[in-house]
Each structure stands twice: as structure tokens, then as C-alpha cells.
Write a protein that binds this ligand. Structure first.
Ligand code: R5P
Length: 297
């Protein structure tokens, strides 16, 4: 097996290859003056007849990173890779998993169809927004691995479990809170969220759970603008929580997200290395490596 790190691998390729004890190569990458990506794999012939893993995340600029991923897949196919496994730690466009309004594309379908067509045999992603979306991938297999085991280890060791209540910011994310809470033997609940599909504004309705006097850990898949978590944090503190911690898989932190979280009095944010961020203290390499062992062996 050969693990190739694309320009947006965030060094996960190195961590995965180290765990598996396999060859790791980096793609040479530069930008042309007009901003198009130039890629080159030295000694490219080593991919011939091999199981080739391409690690490329789709954090912003997601469209550029997606094109680079397509170029890399096509490249190793041209040079005779036996199996192509695409590891996409953060799968962009996954939140547009249906037509919320008539006339919209199902963006995640387009992304996954493209990967199938270009020649990906297996796809591995981490905490995809909605697992059902994987049905749009038409290769040999698509897998969503969860960061919850590595996040929960970190939380146990760095936050402590005393008086800790796990909260999902909405009902859809309740399973995530349940899974984390059951690993840590904690109570869990959710906050009610409503997103206006036209203005994009997120509101959180008061909930019945008592957070009074509790330390709260809010878990979500993505922090993008930070609006959802900032509201959840403020609401929890308003209702009497003593401290608010936040765990997420993908810390995109666009616009002034960091500032918003600070102003909402979040004590600590814990995120993974699917996306580079100041909070990405937890690596998902172990859970990806485990899945790769299952696919290739
Ligand atoms: C939404 O359904 C996701 O699970 C996240 O809650 C959302 O993407 C967070 O976005 P933002 O940080 O912009 O509120």
C-alpha cells in the first residue's frame, strides 16, 4: 500500500502511513500565475499494481481542493494503480444533501458521483453530515468513520468527566451526543434549533433540560461560522451551566468564528485534524488506519 498526501491532506497522510507502516509520498504542488494547480508525483511508477490511498481533505478553498483530488485520482489511474482509495477527511458540500428548495442541486450527490466516475474504488470520509448520502457513491464501497472514539479519549483525559452533561445543538445531532455520552458514561440531551432556509439565520428555542450547575459539553460535526455553537453556549450559560466546552470533528471556523466562540464564553474547543485549525488537537489517523486495514486485508 502507498499513501499519497495531496495538497490538502493536513499531514494526515503521514500519520496514517506511520500507523500502518507503509510507504508515504507527497505530491509536489504549486500554483500557476492564474491560480490553477500544478501537481507532480516523483517516481510515479511505484503506484503501478499497488493499492493507492490518496489523502485530500475538502476544507476551503473546497473547489480547488476538489479539483486537485480529481487530478490526483486520474493521475494514479493513468499510471496503473491496482486499487484507488480516496480518503477525504472532510467532505465538502455534504450539508446540501437534499433539495431544501426546488431548483437546488443535491451537491453531495454531484461530488460523490464525480469521485466514482473518475475512478475511486473505495471512499473513506469522517463524520459525514448525513451517512445516507454515501449511497450516491457508485464505486466498490464508501465508509464513514467517526471521530467520536478519539474525541472521547481526549475529553476523558483533558476535560474530565465530573458533572459533565453532553448536549447536541439540535435533534438531528442527538445520535452523536448519545454515542459520545455512552462511551464516557455521561448523561446527554439536545437543544432545539431552527434554521430559516431563506435568510440562513439560526435560532435556538429554549429546551426543557436542566443544565443548572452542570458543566456542559456541546458536540457537533462542523463548526463553520460558529453561529450554532455560540447560540448553544450562550443558551446553556443563560440556563445556569457553569462552563461550556465544545467538541467537533471539522473546525472550519470561517469569518469571525473564533471571535464569536470567545464572546459566547466557550471555555475550550476540541477539534480534529480533518481541517487545520487552532483547535485541531485530536488526530483521526487511528480510525482511518483501522478502516484501511479492513478494506485492503
Ligand atoms: C448543521 O446542520 C451542522 O451540523 C452544524 O451545526 C452547522 O454546520 C454549523 O454551522 P455554523 O457554525 O455556521 O453555525
Amino acid at each position: 500500500m502507498i499513501v499519497i498526501g495531496g495538497p490538502a491532506s493536513n499531514n494526515l497522510d503521514e500519520r496514517i502511513a506511520k500507523i500502518l507502516g507503509v510507504t508515504n509520498i507527497k505530491v509536489y504542488h504549486k500554483l500557476f500565475p492564474d491560480n490553477e494547480s500544478y501537481l507532480r508525483l516523483e517516481n510515479v511508477d511505484i503506484v503501478k499494481g499497488e493499492d493507492v490511498v490518496i489523502v485530500q481533505s475538502l476544507y476551503p478553498p473546497q473547489d480547488k481542493h476538489f479539483i486537485e483530488l480529481l487530478l490526483l485520482i486520474d493521475l494514479v489511474r493513468d499510471y496503473g494503480a491496482k486499487t484507488v482509495i480516496s480518503v477525504v477527511p472532510y467532505l465538502a458540500y455534504a450539508r446540501q444533501d437534499k433539495r431544501f428548495l426546488e431548483g437546488e442541486p443535491i451537491s453531495v450527490k454531484t461530488i460523490l458521483k464525480s469521485l466514482s466516475v473518475i475512478g475511486v474504488d473505495y471512499l473513506i470520509t469522517v463524520d459525514i453530515h448525513n451517512r445516507d448520502s454515501l449511497k450516491y457513491f457508485k464505486g466498490k464501497g464508501a465508509y464513514d468513520v467517526t471521530a467520536i472514539p478519539v474525541l472521547s479519549n481526549y475529553i476523558r483525559e483533558n476535560i474530565g468527566l465530573e458533572n459533565l452533561l453532553v448536549l447536541a445543538p439540535d435533534k438531528g445531532a442527538l445520535w452523536r451526543a448519545r454515542e459520545l455520552a455512552s462511551r464516557l458514561n455521561l448523561e446527554y440531551d439536545y437543544l432545539e434549533k431552527f434554521r430559516d432556509r431563506y435568510t440562513g439565520e439560526v435560532k435556538i428555542k429554549p429546551k426543557s433540560i436542566s443544565v443548572k450547575g452542570r458543566r456542559v459539553l456541546i458536540i457537533d460535526d462542523i463548526i463553520s461560522t460558529g453561529g450554532t455553537i455560540a447560540l448553544a453556549s450562550r443558551e446553556s450559560l443563560y440556563q445556569g451551566a457553569t462552563e461550556v466546552y465544545v467538541a467537533c470533528t471539522h473546525a472550519l471556523l470561517v469569518d469571525s468564528a473564533v471571535e464569536k466562540l470567545r464572546k459566547a464564553n466557550v471555555s475550550k474547543v476540541i477539534a480534529t485534524d480533518t481541517v487545520p485549525s487552532p483547535y485541531s488537537a485530536v488526530s483521526v489517523a487511528p480510525v482511518i488506519a483501522e478502516k484501511l486495514r479492513g478494506i485492503v486485508n
